[in-house]
Design a protein around this ligand. Structure first.
Ligand SMILES: Nc1ncnc2c1ncn2[C@@H]1O[C@H](COP(=O)(O)OP(=O)(O)OP(=O)(O)O)[C@@H](O)[C@H]1O
Ligand SMILES: [Mg+2]
Length: 314
């Protein structure tokens, strides 16, 4: 990717940003935020928190009510073109020119930013996104997952240094999700700064260096991912019992357990990031107490759950 600026500079610098929509709804409330160059920043928040609004103002699609935004040092109001050229946006909604072919759409998109044609770059891009075979297909003939990849290709067509991914994996299958993650890893190696929004804790865990949490238009927390996951990452182990229990045996009282479904199910909540998560000792005590299971599974607390707690706390 071409570098227009020194790497030490913040890729994105937002200060005291406010957005009130025309109907009077305040979607962003005094947001200040810095994203370092080369960083992967995940923006998390419940539906309607203001994630898309924040991303859209940084990309210059939505006009802020006040406050300042800089991308690679370029002021998003005074130096609009330069700031806009630095960013690529993969929107949340699938909007593509249905009758265009993949190749022409991506080429056109590059041209919009005034970049010289570079077929070799675009070919590699489509190959990286497993779209090369489909380059001559009309977009309307592609599957939903492929359409999403076309949006990514378009967003990357002008070699932006900052890429915004608004819910890149909402509603896509596991395979595509994994391949998105791989792509993000590749872009990071090339030094691209990435801001993504997601509802999947697994996704933030997999990809982000830093996490910001937004609620009711306010960024209520920004934190290093590892630290945040230690604080918030919870998992549940659900054990379906062969015969119901009236109550939990005394010896098992030390663990965070609860009995559900008329005593037919034990649910153990633990911190997923901890190595000593207590699962081993739970299994030991089940054996000691002669409790037998017919089935078990684990589930992760969703970010939505975590937000609810966190947002309530604030
Ligand atoms: N053009 C608009 N006019 C008025 N209100 C709007 C407009 N666009 C968004 N909003 C409101 O602003 C709030 C934030 O919306 P936004 O799309 O930024 O949320 P989000 O965090 O991206 O949510 P989701 O997780 O559902 O994508 C919502 O209450 C929404 O209804
Ligand atoms: Mg959104």
């Amino acid at each position: 990717m071409s570098k227009q600026t020194q790497p030490a500079q913040a890729a994105i610098s937002v200060s005291n940003l406010n957005k009130t929509y025309e109907n009077g709804f305040k979607a962003l409330d005094d947001v200040s935020l810095e994203v370092k160059s080369g960083e992967i920043f995940a923006l998390l928040g419940p539906n309607g928190a203001g994630k898309t609004t924040l991303i859209s103002t940084i990309c210059g699609i939505v006009r802020p009510s006040n406050g300042s935004i800089k991308v690679n040092g370029f002021d998003n109001a005074k130096d609009y073109r330069k700031a806009r050229q630095c960013v690529g946006l993969v929107p949340q909604e699938l909007t593509t020119d249905a009758f265009e072919t993949v190749w022409r759409a991506v080429n056109f998109s590059r041209g919009l930013f005034g970049k010289k044609p570079n077929d070799a770059y675009l070919e590699q891009l489509l190959k990286d996104l497993s779209l090369w075979d489909k380059r001559d297909s009309q977009i309307r003939r592609l599957s939903g997952g492929m359409k999403r990849r076309v949006l990514i290709a378009k967003a990357l067509s002008h070699e932006p240094e900052v890429l915004f991914l608004d819910e890149p994996t909402a509603g896509v299958d596991v395979e595509l999700r994994k391949s998105m993650w791989a792509l993000v890893g590749k872009l990071r190696e090339r030094g691209v700064t990435i801001v993504l929004t997601t509802h999947y804790i697994e996704e933030a865990e997999e990809m982000a260096d830093r996490i910001g949490i937004i609620s009711h238009g306010k960024v209520i927390l920004t934190e290093d991912k590892t630290k945040l996951m230690k604080k918030l990452g919870k998992k549940e182990l659900v054990l379906e019992l062969q015969s119901p229990l009236k109550k939990l045996p005394k010896g098992m009282g030390k663990l965070d357990l609860r009995l559900e479904d008329d005593g037919n199910r034990i649910v153990y909540t633990y911190e997923s990031a901890k190595e000593e998560n207590g699962v081993a000792s739970l299994l030991d005590s089940l054996r000691d107490e002669g409790i037998r299971c017919k089935d078990f599974n684990t589930r992760e607390s969703s970010l939505e759950d975590i937000f609810v707690t966190l947002v309530k706390e604030k």
